[in-house]
Write a protein that binds this ligand. Sequence first.
Ligand code: N1C
Length: 276
Amino acid sequence: MERGGTRSPHKRRRKVLIVTCVTLVLLIVIVALSVGLTLRQGSDKFQQTFIGRCEQFKGDRSDCQNIWGAFARAYVGRDPCQVPPEAYDPLIAAAPFIPACNRVMFWSKTKTLVHDFTKKRECFKTLEQSLLGSVLDGLTWCGKEGSNETYTTGCPGWTDCDNNPVRSFWNRASAAFADVACGDVTAMLNGSISSPFSSDSIFGKIEVKRLNATKVRSMNVVLVTQKNPVTNCMNASLKDLEKELQNGINYGCKEVTESRIQECSSNEEIPCGACW
Ligand code: N1C
């Protein structure tokens, strides 16, 4: 009785210790499993969005799986600041841009307005109306070294590092989009800012530079203005744009009010060419 009484506090303490350890281990396992599961679900959800949007565009399941594979190989398992634009070369090869003569619409700092317009009017095509553009528009993604997951949070921002997966994608896709442009191309630029053309934008840095004079006849700027315009077609930055074009590509610029563009978006009776 006495011996048992002296041993029991030890036993009890050991028992408490064991129970605590087991609980801790269990807790760690549960937390690890749920973190893993959440990541997995995030990864799966991103893949589902990609494939869902791809199928909506294409109506061809097997092809979309291939395209997903080519896309994921560009950044999965990589440091998210070490994904150069070339990493997407196999993706562009798997889902090439289709040449669109006289219908290519570039833009810079006018995204919402352009898409309100092109969504309703068939006559112009932006990068977001291509397969890859429509699949990835508005999404964020990155990988991590040693992981085969896709992360949609905690990814480097646009300016955190040059070679981040999202920025490199838009750089690479914009180059491919400009490569297939032909005939007369249009660019909707923002007349409410002091420099509607910026050589640091994707439009200035990549698209304008890739236009090939053997295929592209002219670059037509639509400068979107408000009632009290901040600038006009004489703007110095637009002179820079004209200079950047290869010899042989004609340049034109028109000031068009935002309300006129909205009117054209909502009224299909106005022929596309007559909007500006
Ligand atoms: O840097 P920008 O514009 O000049 O790029 C626009 C230019 C367009 O002509 C498009 O063809 O480059 C192409 N492009 C996209 O299609 C696109 N979709 C979504 C470039 N960027 C694109 N995004 C996102 O918009 C991208 O993640 C980045 O943050 C912005 C760039 O917009 P901007 O500076 O107005």
